[in-house]
Write a new protein. Structure first.
Length: 279
């Protein structure tokens, strides 16, 4: 008779063999996870701060460049008169006449009131032949003020651009119409004038920087350059503890946890054919 087969007994595993994470291991895992999240959030905040500062700086530079382009375009035309090609001998230059009570080509105020302007630029606007697809030209006014507006009134052929800083920190411009903002975030807008005079004893030209208050009505036609300074403030909050900067007036001030940038540019007037004090 064959021997019986022996089948190994397969009982259920004992409860003490089932293992899991202990409370200490769980707490260590949570702590490591929190440290990783904290490091990631910190890196993200630093990256966000740097990105915001770079974006702020780029925006301020773009605004300053735009303001200088508009102001410079008007100043370079200041005092310009157009030549009358129909009168005078060929060796004599005859300018087109100006209307009565013509204002100064360049004028300014150091502390303008709410309805006044810090810098005013005026030049002559004349009709020029334009072509609109046909062979016959038509006369039109091509000059534009600081807002891109034309002034096509034959009895008053003057382009006037006026600049100032309003109470809301906007650099505004008024052409022959109402004022409109050019850029925002402006903390200061200063204008200084370079005057050229002739020394009576040496007959040599002399130059001086002067404020608007220091210039009389007869001094303005001898202004050959205008220095414009803009102080702009960013919108991002940054850590500037102990950091200072030099303002437009030359004084030092705290940055105040904001990005502040100062821009200067000097614009030379191309011509000064304007009468000494208007007509």
């Amino acid at each position: 008779m064959p021997a019986p087969l022996l089948v190994p007994h397969r009982g259920r595993p004992s409860r003490w063999r089932q293992k899991g994470a202990t409370l200490v291991e769980l707490m260590v895992g949570i702590a490591i996870g929190l440290l990783t999240v904290a490091a990631a959030v910190g890196a993200l905040m630093v990256s966000r701060s740097i990105s915001g500062t770079v974006s702020d700086s780029s925006q301020l530079q773009q605004q300053a460049a735009y303001a200088f382009r508009v102001i410079g375009q008007q100043l370079r035309q200041s005092g310009g008169l157009s030549i009358d090609p129909t009168t005078g001998a060929k060796d004599v230059v005859v300018f087109l006449s100006l209307p009565a009570s013509t204002p100064l080509s360049v004028a300014g105020m150091d502390s303008p009131a709410s309805n006044e302007y810090k810098l005013t630029v005026t030049y002559q606007n004349v009709q020029e032949p334009t072509y609109s697809g046909g062979s016959t030209p038509t006369n039109g006014y091509l000059m534009r003020d600081c807002l891109g507006e034309s002034h096509d009134i034959a009895s008053d052929p003057l382009i006037t651009s006026r600049f100032t800083l309003d109470a809301n920190g906007n650099l505004v411009c008024a052409g022959n119409g109402s004022a409109q903002p050019l850029i925002s975030g402006v903390k200061d807008f200063r204008v200084t004038y370079l005057q050229q005079t002739l020394d009576a004893a040496t007959l040599q030209p002399q130059f001086r920087y002067a404020s608007a208050t220091a210039l009389t009505s007869t001094d303005w036609p001898s202004v050959y350059a205008v220095e414009v300074c803009l102080e702009l403030e960013g919108t991002e909050a940054i850590d500037t503890v102990g950091s200072t900067y030099t303002k437009c007036d030359g004084s030092s001030a705290s940055r105040g946890n904001k990005l502040r940038m100062v821009f200067r540019n000097t614009f030379y007037i191309r011509n000064q054919a304007w009468p000494a004090a208007g007509i």
